[in-house]
Ligand binder design. Structure first.
Ligand code: NAD
Length: 442
């Protein structure tokens, strides 16, 4: 079917278009009507917060703009982090809220999807300014948050938690996940997404008959996802031959000692530039290296129709969100590349957040081994489901993953629709005079 026009932005490669393209491909296979597809891609709530004030370090007040999008609460509390960026717009935030919703549905966890966004350049703000910015944003959103209903995640959550607890006059720990260890955080949270990507990589390698010791990997990005993926793969005995960040790339035919590189970056302001134990290569060459597995873990749309034909890896595991444009996706699939889709591969953080929420609500303290075992169990089961659906519908793994997510969302929708129907039936059953009295404005 044709894409639902008002949801498509004019930019060819916007992350919103990419996510909608994947959604519609799966929805068409399931035979979902256009009206129902429109309903499923339309957010429950979009909040534009204009002009919320922040006091800067120089004492002056500056107003910032932000968004908050709740894609859906059908499955449970809407969860999603806050993004900061100078070029942020509502489309990006909407795309990420929708992706979060379908990611949770696919993972089988009882959360909906949401995303917050603040138009700002975090690099140009001091740490205290960033804290006040986040607090002011949360303050402006207080009416939207209710206990246990929304669940933003990111590394400044202690500010959010403080602000929300102040507003409510008590400590509320389950309102946010991804907290600092001191406040009911589940062990393994910081490494969760990268750890999940490494589990996905291990399972995908096994499916292709590869064992870690004989498998070569290139990883683009050395931030939260890239670094922790690289560390986990190194610990699992994979041969990580190349790693890049925004400035540079390094390659070693013997494998990079990722722990050593991580320690080097830590002492070098987070940058890998100047690392002495590997050979520098051009940053744009890394995705095209002759390795078994390529893991894009930096940003969206780095593989396009232009460079897809040059990718040599047999397997691509999407650590980043939407690293492959829809046209490149088709080309790679036609060439036989196994693509482990983002909606599954980078869901480790979302799954661990669920485990954290569960731990907080049960008032329990879990050990790192328990959390790791649950994460592996959930990711293994989900990948098996994706492969089964791909075979059943004869579609790529990405479409299969979306089909599973959509089937689960539709099941939730049926429950809610039934509830509304019975509410209407209940309304019909109310005696006539009571309805008339109510309509009279009492
Ligand atoms: P980050 O900012 O911590 O790290 C990004 C890394 O990519 C940095 O090392 C940066 O130098 C590098 N980079 C940027 N542009 C690059 C380029 N053109 N070539 C090579 N390296 C480049 O971000 P992150 O949290 O690691 O997130 C990375 C991606 O993963 C994003 O798409 C994000 O949406 C997605 N993601 C993150 C999480 C999470 O928990 N952090 C969860 C799911 C998905």
């Amino acid at each position: 079917m044709t894409l639902i026009k008002e949801n498509i932005t004019t930019t060819k490669y916007s992350s919103y278009n990419t996510i909608l393209t994947h959604f519609h491909a799966a929805a068409d296979i399931l035979g979902i009507s256009e009206e129902q597809q429109r309903k499923l891609v339309t957010p429950e709530k979009q909040i534009l917060l204009l002009n919320f004030p922040v006091v800067l370090d120089n004492g002056k007040t500056r107003n910032f703009e932000g968004f908050y999008v709740i894609h859906s609460t059908l499955a449970g509390p809407a969860r999603g982090g806050i993004v900061y960026g100078p070029d942020l717009n509502l489309h990006i935030v909407k795309a990420q809220a929708a992706a979060m919703n379908w990611k949770s549905a696919l993972a089988g966890i009882p959360f909906g999807g949401a995303r917050g966004g603040i138009i700002s350049d975090p690099a140009k703000l001091s740490e205290t300014e960033r804290a006040r910015l986040t607090q002011s944003y949360i303050h402006a959103l207080n009416d939207v948050f209710t206990r246990d209903q929304r669940r933003p995640v990111q590394d400044m959550l202690h500010w959010l938690l403080d602000e929300f607890s102040i507003l409510h006059g008590k400590s509320i720990s389950a309102i946010v996940t991804g907290k600092h260890l001191i406040s009911d955080k589940v062990p393994g949270r910081i490494r969760a997404t990268g750890n999940g990507v490494s589990i996905a990589t291990l399972l995908a390698a096994k499916k292709q008959g590869l064992s870690p010791g004989n498998t070569t990997v290139a990883i683009q990005g050395f931030g939260n996802v890239g670094l922790n993926t690289a560390l986990s793969l190194y610990e699992r005995n994979f041969n990580v031959l190349a790693i890049s960040d925004i400035n540079t790339s390094y390659y070693s035919p013997y494998g990079i000692d990722v722990r050593n590189l991580a320690a080097y970056a830590q002492q070098n302001n987070g940058s890998i530039k100047g690392y002495p134990h590997a050979t520098p290569i051009a940053r744009e060459d890394l995705p095209e290296l002759d390795v078994d597995i390529f893991i894009p873990a930096a940003r969206e749309h780095i593989i396009t129709g232009e460079n897809a034909g040059k990718i040599k890896a047999r397997i691509i595991v999407e650590g980043a969100n939407s690293p492959i444009t829809p046209d490149a996706d088709k080309l790679l699939h036609a060439n036989g590349t196994l693509i482990i889709p983002d909606i599954y591969a980078n869901a480790g953080g979302a799954i661990i957040s669920y485990l954290e929420w569960l731990q907080n609500n049960l008032h329990e303290v879990w050990q790192v081994e328990q959390v790791q075992a649950r994460l592996e169990e959930i990711m293994t089961r989900n990948l098996e489901d994706i492969f089964k659906y791909a075979e059943k519908h004869r579609v790529p793994l990405r479409t299969a993953a979306y089909i599973i997510a959509l089937e689960r969302v539709l099941d939730q929708q049926k429950i809610v629709d039934a509830w509304y129907r019975s509410a209407e039936e209940r309304q019909e059953a109310i005696p006539f005079f009571i309805r008339e009295t109510h309509a009279g404005g009492l």
